[in-house]
Design a protein around this ligand. Structure first.
Ligand code: LLP
Length: 430
């Protein structure tokens, strides 16, 4: 579900008018719905309830402290990829003992920090990394809990830039080598404790088939590793896709039931497909959703600055650019764009919605039919809660946007808009 809906022609996040937020806090502005995050967590948690499981939310999708705190309070764990993300989790009240540490390039400082904080597991992606974690753990007198990430060589059938489980990708260790690697860990790396096995085949999967294929392929291996090394868990990674093309009416349960074929991948379908393969393992199952949890829980509000009618195209020039939301240009990501106040006409026009950045790739939508909007109107870019703010940058010396969390009638500024002095902080003229 999501909690963004029109009431009397005006778009609301839960019970808060987005027009009022844009006017009060300025744009570009990210607005998140706490109810949506809570609903997504609760539904996934329920769907996985036949298993001993832990949801480790992938912090990279949206690392705002209030989002992390919401998930921590629901009992969630976290999948982190840097010392910075672990620091955020701890600041937000999350439990390091429910954290898994992923990523191919962990540094010494990060490994030390993670071990000192007592993370549940470090997921290693190469033998070189395992040896290094062993060395660092020895030096600081700790035993490091580790899992190996297996690359199952399964095609996730998603965008090439977010496919991770194929042999040509940099992630994980080849399926065929996993047992040998675990053998060497057990024999040669005394400062490591083998705790689990992990996989993650890609992001924004819109069918259960690749998940099932990967789970079917890897579970026999999990059994063998369990027998030989007594592991506690198997992590099936993240990757549950969301429906970027959902209509604004599609938030309520009745709509989902009637239109289940429209949604590419429901959590029920996902759980029904994977649980039967996972339950017999008798292990704790970890799941690392990012986008599913927060994608449809956030919008990016932007103001139409100018209209420009060119010979070939009409451009709506808005105040949010690729530095605020890079998905359209980086992954051909399609985000629904809709006026915050519905115009008094059903007329639409085909436009490019472009930002102020000096690059041709700076667009939020191309050749898109949107309702008539004029200069000064606000637009909402939907499904921007995941990989939106976290991938934003100061390119063109543009301050990072503010972020708001809506909870019922209440809207809280959960991150202030950067000032120009914030942007320049730490810079010196030689
Ligand atoms: N676990 C691992 C090890 C990952 O690398 C990722 C995402 C996740 C979990 C969470 O995946 P999710 O459930 O969100 O699909 N910036 C891209 C997505 C990059 C995903 C990177 N890894 C985008 O905007 O589409």
């Amino acid at each position: 579900m999501h909690s963004f809906r029109y009431t009397q022609g005006e778009l609301f996040a839960e019970n808060v008018s987005l027009q009022s937020l844009a006017e009060k806090h300025g744009t570009p502005l990210y607005v998140y719905s706490k109810a949506t995050v809570t609903d997504h967590f609760t539904r996934l948690d329920a769907a996985l309830s036949p298993l001993d499981h832990l949801i480790c939310y992938a912090v990279k999708a949206n690392s705002n402290l209030s989002i992390l705190s919401t998930i921590a309070k629901l009992g969630g764990g976290f999948d982190i990829v840097s010392a910075g993300e672990l620091y955020r989790v701890i600041k937000a009240g999350g439990d390091p003992r429910k954290c898994t540490f992923a990523g191919v390039g962990k540094t010494r400082d990060e490994i030390v920090y993670a071990l000192e904080q007592g993370v549940y597991c470090i997921n290693a992606e190469s033998e070189a990394e395992l040896r290094y974690i062993n060395q660092v753990a020895g030096e600081i007198g700790k035993k490091a809990p580790v899992a190996v990430r297996v690359n199952p060589n399964v095609d996730a059938k998603t965008h090439a830039k977010i496919t991770t489980g194929k042999s040509e990708n940099k992630f994980g260790i080849e399926f065929e080598n996993i047992l040998e690697v675990y053998g060497r860990v057990a024999a040669e790396m005394p400062n490591l404790e083998i705790r689990g096995l992990q996989m993650h085949i890609g992001s924004q999967l819109t069918s259960v088939d690749p998940f099932v294929e990967a789970v079917k392929k890897v579970t026999p291996l999990v059994r063998e590793v369990k027998e030989k090394h007594g592991i506690q868990f198997f992590s099936i990674g993240g990757g549950i896709g969301i429906n970027y093309k959902q209509s604004l009416d599609s938030g309520d349960e009745a709509w989902w039931e009637e239109n289940s074929e429209v949604h590419p991948l429901t959590v029920q379908a996902y759980a029904e497909a994977v649980v039967p393969h996972l339950a017999p393992l008798g292990l704790r199952i970890l799941c690392e959703p990012g986008r599913f949890m927060v994608g449809n829980a956030g919008v990016l509000l932007t103001k139409v600055l100018y209209e420009k009618r060119g010979a070939a195209k009409t451009f709506k020039i808005v105040d949010a650019g690729m530095n605020d939301l890079i998905r359209p240009t980086l992954y051909e990501g399609w985000h629904l764009i809709t006026p915050v106040k519905q115009p008094n006409t059903d007329e639409v026009e085909k436009v490019d919605v472009v930002g102020p950045i000096c690059e041709t790739g700076d667009f939020l939508a191309q050749n898109r039919e949107i309702p008539l909007v004029k200069e000064g109107d606000y637009l909402a870019v939907l499904s921007a809660g995941a990989y939106g703010f976290t991938m934003a940058s100061n390119y063109n010396t543009r301050p990072m946007p503010a972020e708001i969390l809506v909870d019922g009638d209440k809207a809280t500024v959960v991150r202030e808009r950067q000032t120009l002095d914030d942007v320049l902080k730490g810079e010196h003229i030689a």
